[in-house]
Design a protein around this ligand. Structure first.
Ligand code: GAL
Ligand code: CA
Length: 374
């Protein structure tokens, strides 16, 4: 009896599925598939790869279950070459793609891409690498999705400064207890930031690609906020680009640790997480920032992005904090704008879209909230 019921259910279910599939393919064949092409500046970039995964999910979510608007989504990798990317855009146009999402290799070279697309009536959604305003104003149907770069610097400075101020207050309490009350009133005080106790934060800065809007802004604003708004005294021991890359940052940091100022470094401020993790690779090779609470001498390392690997490093205690570059909300905005632009009027329900630009908000991530950000 049970078997019969099961078989009966199976028959009904298969019939329903067949009907649904038939309805879908009918719908799909009468409707032209919207074609979306995406070109990435290069695939060897951890954040860009996470953004790519989010983009795939966001575009898939645009296809209603079963038979919603079917999309053709194609990703290509420009491999760090602007001329390769120009050709990729030309090919998408020749193949009658409706919208092209462009992660520019050289963000100052957008005009060639824009003119081609405008002539063919194809919309472009730029993302992550922001073309200059003048180019974005060249024609309608051009959009940009990214994050407000100065905010990342502000938040980095805030995280460092709050901990710095708290540490100075704790140092004062401990000192007051010893001198005035004659006892360890506030418990033993151990500095975690100002390791040499001179009330100055000795730091090194790992910068992203020269000329990238995020690298320029994050570097400048972080220090401006720390010293200006928060009045933290800082001393820059070294600063250099490591091109967003972990391996380059590891080399830079190893050289700095071996330099005559190496033992004085207290803090590593990095424009992104990959480079922060590269710095930690070098620290570990020198017996510093080892995982776990008893990991010996520990420098304060701060990144930006909140990549999966960075969140894991925060949880194990080698990376101190990061600032989330919200790939999920950027991906959603890109997908919303791209699909709607194909139909004529670009829109997204993501708050803050002004018809042309969407900037996601950055968020602070420390051991307090790293768990829930993953
Ligand atoms: C930044 C990100 C970096 C890198 C770069 C590539 O926004 O923080 O990690 O991915 O974009 O353009
Ligand atoms: Ca110091």
């Amino acid at each position: 009896m049970m078997d019969m019921i099961k078989r009966f259910k199976l028959i009904i279910w298969s019939a329903a599925l067949a009907a649904a599939l038939a309805a879908c393919s009918e719908g799909a064949s009468s409707e032209r598939r919207v074609k979306i092409g995406v070109t990435l500046y290069q695939s060897n970039d951890v954040f860009i790869n996470e953004l790519k995964d989010e983009l795939t999910l966001a575009f898939r979510a645009k296809e209603a279950p079963g038979c919603g608007a079917p999309l053709k989504l194609s990703f290509v990798d420009a491999g760090g070459s602007q001329s390769v990317q120009n050709n990729q855009v030309n090919t998408f146009i020749a193949q009658q793609y409706d919208v092209i999402c462009v992660n520019m290799v050289d963000r100052t070279a957008a005009s060639a891409v824009i003119d081609k697309a405008a002539a063919a009536g194809v919309a472009i959604v730029f993302f992550n690498r922001e073309p200059v305003r003048q180019d974005l104003m060249r024609s309608s149907n051009l959009y940009y999705v990214g994050a407000a770069a100065d905010q990342a610097g502000e938040i980095q400075a805030d995280i460092i400064a709050r901990a710095w101020v708290a540490e100075k207050a704790a140092a004062f309490r401990a000192d007051f207890g010893r001198r005035v009350l004659g006892r360890d009133w506030a418990g033993e005080f151990r500095p975690v930031m100002d390791l040499n106790g001179d009330a100055v934060l000795q730091y090194v800065m790992l910068e992203g690609e020269p000329g990238h809007q995020d690298a320029l802004m994050r570097t400048d604003v972080a220090i401006r906020e720390l010293t200006g708004a928060w009045r933290v005294k800082v001393e820059r021991l070294a600063s250099d680009t490591a091109m967003w890359q972990r391996s380059q940052a590891r080399e830079k940091m190893a050289a700095w640790l071996a330099a005559d100022f190496g033992a004085e470094i207290e803090c590593v401020i990095s424009n992104n997480d990959s480079m922060a993790l590269g710095a930690i690779d070098a620290l570990r090779e020198n017996g510093l920032n080892l995982p776990g609470a008893s990991g010996g001498r520990r420098l304060t390392v701060v990144g930006v992005d909140a990549t999966k690997r960075a969140l894991a490093a925060i949880r194990e205690g080698s990376l101190w904090a990061t600032v989330m570059n919200d790939s999920k909300s950027q991906a959603k905005a890109i997908a919303d704008i791209a699909v709607s632009a194909a139909g004529g009027a670009a829109s997204t329900d993501a708050e803050g879209f002004d018809g042309k630009f969407f900037y996601s908000d950055y968020k602070p991530v420390t051991a307090m909230n790293a768990e829930i950000m993953d």
